[in-house]
Design a protein. Structure first.
Length: 163
């Protein structure tokens, strides 16, 4: 069972994501129906530690075996999506792939394991051309700043008036 809880118009989500950088490119993904991008990963299952969860998600979505090379960021994020107030805690880890994923000539690609998602290797210097959430993650990637940190992102309709 995923560590996500629904209460009326509110959702709590515990998510992990991997920062996979190779030859100056970072791997992003988005849902086919969306235009905004995020780092690949997914929901943590109850009773599962974050690093194990990230390895599982990368295997399920991309058939990638990854090594977790260290913790980067915690992002506590409050936002509205699909008319629901979301409280998401995301843990971000630097990862490397044991079986490298092709670059696909810089084009978007899908994989059988996750046909609802689109993936793309994006040159770090071109990140400004993409809508990548959370914004603080995009800023850290653009600056090449990989020191562990905590960020509170409040995109509630009126800042500080959550739910």
């Amino acid at each position: 069972m995923d560590a996500v809880f629904h209460v009326e118009h509110q959702v709590f989500n515990y998510r992990v994501a991997g920062v996979l950088i190779r030859e100056g490119r970072v791997l992003l993904h988005r849902a086919k129906a969306e235009t905004n991008w995020s780092l690949p990963g997914g929901r943590v299952k109850l009773g599962e530690d974050a690093q194990t969860s990230l390895k599982r998600e990368m295997k399920e979505e991309l058939d990638l075996n990854v090594k977790v090379n260290g913790f980067l960021w915690t992002v506590e994020n409050f936002f509205t999506y699909a008319e629901k107030e979301i409280h998401e805690v995301g843990l971000y880890f630097k990862i490397t792939a044991k079986n490298p994923l092709p670059f696909h000539n810089g084009e978007e690609f899908t994989v059988l394991e996750a046909d609802r998602l689109v993936f793309k290797w994006v040159p770090l210097e071109n990140l400004n051309e993409y809508v990548l959430y959370p914004q603080v993650v995009k800023e850290k990637l653009e600056k090449g700043s990989f020191e562990p940190d905590y960020f509170l992102v409040d995109q509630s309709p009126v800042m500080g008036t959550r739910f």
